[in-house]
Structures are given as structure tokens and as C-alpha cells.
Design a protein around this ligand. Structure first.
Ligand SMILES: CC(C)(COP(=O)(O)OP(=O)(O)OC[C@H]1O[C@@H](n2cnc3c(N)ncnc32)[C@H](O)[C@@H]1OP(=O)(O)O)[C@@H](O)C(=O)NCCC(=O)NCCS
Length: 191
């Protein structure tokens, strides 16, 4: 399978597809509690049928250029993923997201993978704006937005009911000229 290397530690970015359903379920099972603190992914991928259905929903999005799903493999094990939940080509706006199992956190995998995807979004696909929607309580994910040079634009108050509690969602974004200017200043691999 074709893959993009994320560095010299064996990390790779590859398309995450329907045939990965068993691998995805095993990965989510390893990180169910950690991943589910702020997002509903583990509830959607609750069993093999749920994993297949979610992967198929993203295959359908990809088929109409409406979103995409990408896995992060470390030494051959699926340890996390990146996605474009929303992808609006005519409007030039998309929304990115991410998750990792806990053993893979703290190594820059998501930041490194998103740099590849944001380069592709801006430079190959002509996106103008990449958004990041994150719970105000999700410090690690806010850290990702900061490392990518995003700006915090505002807060949707108590808009997201998650496991019986309503949380605030912060909207962060980076625009194409900002992305290019940051790259010109710092180079691709700084963090
Ligand atoms: C959000 C989440 C993916 C962030 O994970 P993370 O490991 O902090 O993010 P990264 O993979 O970008 O790694 C960054 C960390 O690795 C470090 N790092 C090491 N090498 C690095 C490199 N080459 N590049 C960037 N960071 C690097 C950074 O310093 C940072 O550590 P710190 O926070 O202690 O300073 C993770 O907490 C998660 O999966 N949470 C559950 C699901 C979720 O909430 N998803 C987001 C929904 S909006």
C-alpha cells in the first residue's frame, strides 16, 4: 500500500479504508477511554459493524470529494488517524481532525501528519482556510492547533453534548497566506 513517511521513526500516513475495519476496531479498543474524553469516535466505532459503517461513510465522502480519512501507522501498527470531516472545494474551506491511542501520544505524530495534509490542502487542492473545532477542555488538541499556527477565532458555547455534559467548542483556523508565510519563516519540520 502506498504511504507517506512522517520521519525516521517508522511513522507513516496512509489512506484509511473499509478493509481496515478490524485493525481500526483493535486500535480504538486500545484507546477507547483516552480517545473518547472529548469526541464521540469510540461510540461510533463500538464494534466491527460500527467500524465498517464509519469507514464506508468516509469512503462515500471521498468519492464525492467531500472529506477523507487517513491512518497513522507506527512500525506497522495503526495508532491514530487524521481526517477532513468537512471538505468544500468550491468554498475553499475544510475542517480537519485527529486522534491517537495513548501509547502514540507525545511524539508529534499528529502534528507531523497534519503538516503533510495541510500542505496538500493548500498547495495542491487550493484550499483557502482549514478549520479546527475543539472542546475548550481539550488542551492537547488546542496544542496541536497552536503548533500548526492556527488562530483562535471564537467559542460556540455549550453546543456539543458529549456523554451527558454540554461542552464549549473553540473554532481555530489557519489561512493559506498564513500557512505559506509560516513555512517561509520556519521551514517544514519546526515545532
Ligand atoms: C489530540 C491528540 C491527538 C494530541 O496528541 P499529541 O500527542 O499531544 O499531539 P502530537 O502527535 O502533535 O504530539 C505533540 C507532542 O509531541 C511532542 N513532539 C515530539 N516530537 C515532535 C515533533 N517532531 N513535532 C511536533 N511535536 C513533537 C510535542 O512537544 C508535544 O508534546 P507536549 O504536548 O508534551 O509538548 C491526543 O490528545 C488525542 O488523541 N486525544 C483524544 C482524541 C481527541 O481529543 N482528538 C482531537 C479532537 S479535536
Amino acid at each position: 500500500m502506498y504511504a507517506t513517511s512522517l520521519g525516521d521513526d517508522g511513522a507513516e500516513l496512509r489512506p484509511l479504508e473499509v478493509w481496515h475495519a478490524e485493525e481500526l476496531l483493535a486500535h480504538i479498543d486500545r484507546g477507547r477511554e483516552f480517545i473518547g474524553r472529548h469526541v464521540g469516535l469510540p461510540d461510533v466505532v463500538s464494534d466491527l459493524d460500527g467500524a465498517r459503517a464509519w469507514l464506508k461513510a468516509y469512503a462515500d465522502k471521498r468519492a464525492v470529494d467531500g472529506g477523507s480519512l487517513h491512518g497513522i501507522w507506527l512500525d506497522g501498527t495503526l495508532v491514530g488517524g487524521l481526517l477532513f470531516r468537512v471538505w468544500d472545494t468550491p468554498g475553499g474551506v475544510c475542517e480537519a481532525g485527529c486522534w491517537l491511542e495513548p501509547a502514540a501520544a507525545g511524539r508529534g505524530l499528529v502534528t507531523r501528519g497534519l503538516r503533510v495534509l495541510l500542505d496538500w490542502a493548500f498547495e495542491e487542492r487550493g484550499m483557502h482556510r482549514v478549520e479546527w473545532h475543539v472542546s475548550s477542555a481539550n488542551e492537547p488538541s488546542i496544542g496541536v492547533a497552536r503548533r500548526l499556527g492556527m488562530s483562535r477565532e471564537g467559542v460556540l458555547r455549550e453546543n456539543y453534548p458529549h456523554r451527558g455534559v454540554r461542552s464549549n467548542t473553540e473554532i481555530w483556523s489557519v489561512l493559506a497566506p498564513e500557512w505559506r508565510a509560516a513555512h517561509a519563516r520556519t521551514g517544514q519540520n519546526d515545532h
